[in-house]
Design a protein around this ligand. Structure first.
Ligand SMILES: Cc1ncc(COP(=O)(O)O)c(C=O)c1O
Length: 490
């Protein structure tokens, strides 16, 4: 069980233990019936008096999170499982928590898991990515594409497919990329089950444990988790309103010679910023000079509402050194799980082998549906629709931040994408704001989720694409009220 305490904290240690156990239960790392360590073992491990652990376990029992059985130990009672039958069944459950590889156990963040839960109790107003409302899904058009594929493409959809992906879809993607002046052919494209799988496979392709990678700090948590799991050493470069501070890059490249640079130059997650053109040129030329690959995560550049379109790093690449990752998640549906990697043909073969190891292939049925969606011309009209919707929501959220948040609040107005990054005047306890907002039915992400270090606890990422304007306004009003309460400010 991963429990750490801070003896210097003003919060009593038994409360810290209690809260950690609750987090582990909330994050489903501790499951119904799992045994807690004995009070003796945990007190020795943490270097605290045994009575402290006993008090923590008693407090947990009083709150209904655990069940003690004299002579047998203390067991987790997950929320919603209170019957005596469940409790009696606990005694001999297998201790799975200790079977999970140490490498993975170290990585699991209860806070992240909690955020991704999408059960029926989810808050009705969400600024967190995984809980997209059904507002914007082109259900009918997808239905038509599905019907057509079922009628006409039985040859493709009922079997396993080539791990590199459906040729028609790769052709569509490469043609679309060529319109953006990116020199790719279908041979350069591999379909993946979402950009996240693409990033993870690229990490597996390129990294040995202990290798260094460079990322923006803050950055997309999915990439951080993958690289950390692969035991990479991660160096973060700060971001300002023009994206990664590329002027800091050369020193780092010289000093650490990283395996690759991972960057999200357009509508960066989480800050919403877009890398300026001169910085784009600089990062590509530095990568060429130092012979370091770039992984460009271009998850949302089609969602531009203002400003001019900038060349992707892949378009600026003249040495086949940039690996591009794209996805349909933000422009169509995350649940489709279709994305792609565009890269040198020389790495597509090894990547296809990794893909085969991971899941044999991305669902050929779903790939054909995505291809059909394009071929019917639905994508262009759907994109126009989404951009209109999201621009309105961006306008509403910006107005609401001005109206409801303290006047010293800072934010970068994004030119596109789905994230607004808000920096609040210090001192502030955003954990408390989040907890109270969630009680009032609103959720958001605290900035420190996205940082490599302990920064970011004074900022929040608000995904504004998920709810309609009325809910965005209502949600921000609630968060703003919580922020302004005197008990929140240190
Ligand atoms: C920057 C970035 N990259 C990749 C992903 C993952 O996308 P997918 O759903 O295609 O796996 C996300 C999802 O939010 C993201 O924000």
């Amino acid at each position: 069980m991963i429990i750490s305490i801070n003896k210097k904290s003003q919060t009593p240690v038994f409360i810290q233990i209690k809260e950690k156990v609750k987090e582990l239960i909330g994050g489903r790392i501790l499951r119904n019936g799992d045994p807690l360590p004995t009070t003796r073992a945990l007190s020795e491990k943490l270097g605290v008096h045994r009575n402290t652990v006993i008090s923590a376990y008693k407090a947990l029992e009083a709150e209904g999170y655990v069940y003690s059985h004299v002579g047998r130990g203390t067991f987790v009672v997950a929320p919603g499982t209170t019957s005596m039958d469940d409790k009696i069944a606990f005694h001999n459950v297998f201790d799975w928590a200790h079977q999970i590889s140490e490498k993975l156990r170290q990585r699991i963040s209860p806070k992240l898991l909690e955020l991704y839960q999408t059960d029926a109790t989810k808050p009705p107003i969400s600024f967190v990515w995984n809980q997209k409302s059904l507002l914007d899904f082109p259900a009918q058009k997808i239905q038509r594409a599905v019907n057509s594929v079922l009628r006409n493409r039985k040859d493709l959809i009922f079997n396993y497919a080539n791990p590199v992906g459906n040729f028609d879809l790769r052709l569509i993607i490469s043609n679309r990329m060529r319109l953006k002046e990116i020199r790719v052919l279908p041979e350069n494209i591999m379909i993946v089950s979402g950009a996240q799988q693409g990033i993870d496979l690229l990490g597996r392709l390129l990294l040995e444990p202990g290798d260094t990678v460079v990322v923006e700090n803050p950055t997309y948590t999915g990439a951080l988790s993958s690289f950390q799991f692969l035991q990479a050493r991660i160096i973060g470069i700060p971001v300002d309103e023009w994206g990664m501070k590329v002027e800091l890059l050369e020193e780092i490249l010289k000093k650490y010679h990283p395996k690759f640079i991972f960057t999200i130059p357009t509508f960066h997650n989480p800050t919403g910023t877009t890398m300026r053109k001169d910085r784009r040129e600089k990062i590509v030329s530095l990568a060429m000079k130092h012979k370091i690959p770039i992984i460009e995560d271009d998850y949302a550049s089609d969602l531009r509402y203002s400003g001019v379109e900038l060349p992707t790093l892949k378009a600026l690449d003249t040495s086949d050194q940039v690996i591009y990752v794209g996805t349909f998640s933000k422009v169509l549906i995350p649940g489709l799980r279709v994305g792609w990697i565009a890269a040198s043909e020389r790495i597509i073969g090894p990547l296809a082998e990794l893909k085969r190891l991971s899941d044999l292939c991305t669902s050929p049925f779903i790939q054909s549906v995505a291809a059909e969606f394009y071929e019917r011309g639905y994508m262009a009209s759907h994109l126009r629709f989404l951009k209109r919707q999201y621009l309105r929501r961006l306008q509403v959220i910006v107005r609401a931040v001005h109206q409801y948040f303290p006047p010293e609040t800072i934010f970068y107005r994004p030119e596109g994408g789905i994230y607004l990054w808000v920096i609040l005047p210090r001192p502030i306890d955003l954990n408390k704001v989040l907890e109270r907002s969630q009680k009032r039915g609103v959720t958001f992400s605290i900035g420190n989720l996205f940082y490599l270090d302990d920064k970011g606890s004074d900022r929040m990422r608000l995904q504004f694409s998920l709810d309609d304007e009325e809910k965005i306004d209502e949600g921000l009003k609630i968060i703003g009220e919580e922020i302004k309460k005197p008990s929140i400010r240190g």
